[in-house]
Design a protein around this ligand. Structure first.
Ligand SMILES: O=C(O)CCC(=O)C(=O)O
Length: 271
């Protein structure tokens, strides 16, 4: 998608859809050539830096998977690809994406993080129903997570799924521990069900975005190929972080300006 100065990326209908449902699919944000470069660079990062582990912990695993599957289930992950790769540093500033974000969040946009999620072939684990706020708590909902697709997704490889309109519930309490100790934040499996969600299949190069308060999850990857996604999180710089991933770390302002609020000091490193 290329952009002239007068054009907006999203129609009024798409903006209204996001505010009502709290997710949106934007096709072809990245060209085929850009997607190929990002995909190759991702494979290099996986080879050099990413780690594969059993993935998210908690009692949800037994509710979502039988014991044999649960024992094999894995996730490949890595944070902040844009600090390792210039292709990914360019991706966080993609003009089409940034323009869409300004239509949804307002003129000032700050990058917060990037995170890789690969569901390895056949064992790539499902994601339990959750909001992203418990992972990087922010004061309010002016925060959008964007999922850059490097592979086409479908039911068989575990496409992203959303509980439409769930952002209207605001920040929800999540399960954070069990009697055995802390676990990955997730919502109770008897109250929130993947069956109630809307599947959003997408193509490589597409972006699917959602609010930090949107409840979402996904099924296991049953195919013979990996399912690769990179999440890039953006906020209004005025929406301050309270805890969690990358807390206290300023991000790149990709649109507009960091307004000075009352009591705000210069960013760390300026002393
Ligand atoms: O990769 C997925 O299927 C789920 C991703 C997710 O839950 C997230 O990025 O917060």
């Amino acid at each position: 998608m290329s952009l002239t100065t007068e054009q907006t990326v999203l129609s009024d209908g798409q903006v209204a859809f996001y505010h009502e449902n709290s997710f949106l699919h934007i096709p072809e944000v990245f060209t085929q050539e850009e997607t190929r470069e990002l995909s190759d660079e991702l494979d290099r990062l996986v080879e050099d830096w990413a780690f594969t582990s059993p993935g998210w912990s908690g009692p949800w695993r037994k509710a979502y998977m039988d014991p044999e599957t649960e024992a094999k289930s894995k996730l490949t992950a890595m944070h902040d690809l844009h600090l390792y790769s210039s292709a990914w540093a360019r991706a966080v500033m993609n003009p089409t994406l940034v323009e869409a974000l300004t239509q949804l969040l307002g003129p000032n946009i700050e990058l917060h993080h990037t995170t890789l999620h690969i569901k390895p072939p056949q064992t790539g684990h499902p994601f339990p129903m959750h909001q992203d706020n418990p992972f990087y708590g922010h004061r309010d909902g002016r925060y959008i997570d964007t999922l850059v697709h490097l592979d086409d997704t479908c039911h068989e490889n575990g496409e992203i799924r959303f509980l439409a309109g769930s952002h209207k519930m605001g920040h929800l309490d999540h399960i954070l521990k069990t009697e055995d100790g802390p676990c990955t934040p997730h919502l109770p499996t008897d109250e929130y069900h993947l069956e109630d969600t809307v599947p959003v299949s997408a193509k490589a190069g597409d972006v699917v975005l959602f609010c930090i308060d949107t409840i979402h999850g996904s099924y296991i990857n049953q195919t013979k190929k990996p399912r690769r996604l990179v999440r890039m999180g953006y906020r209004d710089p005025d929406n301050r972080q309270e805890y969690g991933q990358s807390f206290g770390r300023p991000g790149l302002v990709v649109s507009g300006y960091r307004e000075r609020g009352e009591g705000d000091e210069l960013l760390p490193g300026n002393a």
